[in-house]
Unconditional design. Structure first.
Length: 53
């Protein structure tokens, strides 16, 4: 796992390890879902360094 220094605590690392299988299943299900009701994510390379508002 990679994260900024101090961001991912030992407690969070343990939780991720414990729930890894369930997290992967959930992500795969979401990837396969065609109609999520959310707008599509569109790349905007010209503004890639701008903050989200």
């Amino acid at each position: 796992m990679r994260a900024g220094k101090g961001v991912l605590t030992d407690e969070y690392k343990a939780l991720l390890k414990e729930n890894k299988t369930d997290i992967i299943k959930l992500l795969q299900q979401n990837k396969q879902a065609k109609n999520t009701g959310l707008p599509p994510i569109i790349a905007d390379p010209e503004h890639r360094y701008q903050p989200f508002l």
